[in-house]
Design a protein around this ligand. Structure first.
Ligand code: SF4
Length: 92
């Protein structure tokens, strides 16, 4: 591996020399992180639900794969919670 290529792999070098000056995009990306994707992409079913923890009743989307829940997120279609869940609702 050449020195220039080796230095080019440093995120701070890419941040200082590339267009991603804040280091929030491509400059901070590694081969491993570039291959990552949201786990909701792996879901084979999505069910609408309601958080059971309090009386607010925030709407949820429950993502499942092979009949197992893999992720719960807020439902942006809900006029009550508009896609948001509190920490309690996020972890149930
Ligand atoms: S997400 Fe939080 S605020 Fe919303 S219903 Fe669940 S516990 Fe209540």
């Amino acid at each position: 591996m050449g020195l220039e290529r080796w230095i080019g792999q440093w995120p701070v070098y890419r941040q200082l020399t590339g267009p991603d000056r804040l280091g929030r995009g491509k400059a901070a990306e590694s081969p491993r992180s570039a291959a990552l994707g949201p786990r909701t992409d792996r879901a084979d079913r999505v069910a609408d639900s309601v958080c059971p923890y309090c009386a607010v009743g925030c709407a949820q989307r429950v993502y499942a794969k092979d009949d197992r829940v893999i992720q719960i997120e807020g439902n942006p279609d809900s006029p009550i919670s508009r896609g948001r869940l509190c920490p309690k609702g996020e972890t149930n």
